[in-house]
Design a protein around this ligand. Structure first.
Ligand SMILES: NC(=O)c1ccc[n+]([C@@H]2O[C@H](COP(=O)([O-])OP(=O)(O)OC[C@H]3O[C@@H](n4cnc5c(N)ncnc54)[C@H](O)[C@@H]3O)[C@@H](O)[C@H]2O)c1
Length: 263
């Protein structure tokens, strides 16, 4: 039994590496913005910059799609939108269910970006009976007891979990038993799923912790720079220490008296 992230080989059966698949939504987002501005073509450099990806990587990624662009013209924006959408399986609608309609679940349900990208919310489910029938984003919340029937009736293969961590595994097991094969998990816990089930995990606090790590490192570098900045002033110290050194005859390793001792 596998756990955690998406359980797929590094290369998909059609020969597109998983890392390329992960970048396709970035290209699609940038291309959709260009398409909305009626931009007909885009160079690999412009698109790479808009997607926040290295342009050589972009050209390599597009070669897997059989898309090479036209020298001097670039890539046809509309065609590339179609190609990437097709590759990502977005040319069809995907019904999804969301489980756990609290603060986060309600915010997700209200997010317009799912529908515009072909993800239709088939049902919002919660274990709290007092929430049943209450509309969230115009969709009445249904009880978790109806999960199996809803999944079956709507042909749902993607489930979103936004329950407390303690309930997430049990919800996951029910989703999988009912036929769901892809899960987007917002609960801060690692889910165990059988082979053939994909789990993607979103955890904003982990992203923040990574940013905190970089902030800390930047602060450390700034401190080093600040220390370096005081070195000229330390030259004064050097001048001061030079006199006693001259008196004692002590020398630094390169013949000079060290201005500042390492901390
Ligand atoms: N991934 C992230 O970045 C991120 C951000 C915020 C919150 N979270 C996580 O998302 C989850 C929800 O957070 P929240 O603030 O919306 O909590 P919340 O308490 O407001 O909502 C949780 C909802 O889940 C329901 N629920 C509980 N057990 C259930 C079950 N077995 N079946 C169906 N529904 C059930 C509750 O009735 C409630 O409506 C938590 O696990 C939280 O840690 C993750």
């Amino acid at each position: 039994m596998a756990t955690g992230r998406t359980h797929r080989p590094a290369t998909r059966s059609r020969g597109i590496p998983e890392a390329t698949v992960a970048r396709l939504p970035l290209y699609l987002r940038a291309l959709t913005a260009l398409s909305e501005r009626s931009v007909p073509t885009v160079s690999s450099e412009e698109l790479a910059a808009a997607a926040g990806v290295n342009s050589a990587k972009l050209r390599k990624d597009f070669s897997y799609l059989g898309s090479y662009g036209t020298r001097g013209v670039g890539y046809d924006v509309e065609y590339l939108v179609y190609q990437i959408s097709r590759e990502l399986g977005l040319t069809q609608d995907w019904p999804i269910v969301m489980v756990g309609i609290g603060n986060l679940g309600a915010a997700l349900a209200n997010y317009g970006g799912f529908a515009s990208r072909g993800f239709r919310v088939a049902a919002l489910l919660d274990a709290d009976a007092s929430m049943v029938g209450r509309p969230v984003a115009g969709i009445p919340v249904q009880h978790i007891d109806d999960l199996e029937k809803i999944i079956d009736d709507n042909g749902v293969s993607i489930g979103v979990i936004a329950t407390p961590a303690g309930a997430a595994q049990q919800v996951c097991d029910r989703l999988v038993a009912a036929g769901v094969t892809s899960i987007l998990n917002f609960a801060p816990t690692v889910l165990s799923v059988p082979d053939g089930v994909d789990v993607r995990k979103v955890d904003l606090s982990i992203e923040l912790q990574i940013l905190a790590f970089h902030e800390q490192r930047k602060a450390g570098e700034d401190a080093v720079i600040a220390d370096a900045a005081v070195l000229p002033t330390a030259a004064a110290v050097e001048r001061e220490t030079a006199a006693p050194a001259a008196r004692t005859g002590r020398k630094g390793p390169d013949g000079d008296v060290p201005a500042v001792m390492p901390a």
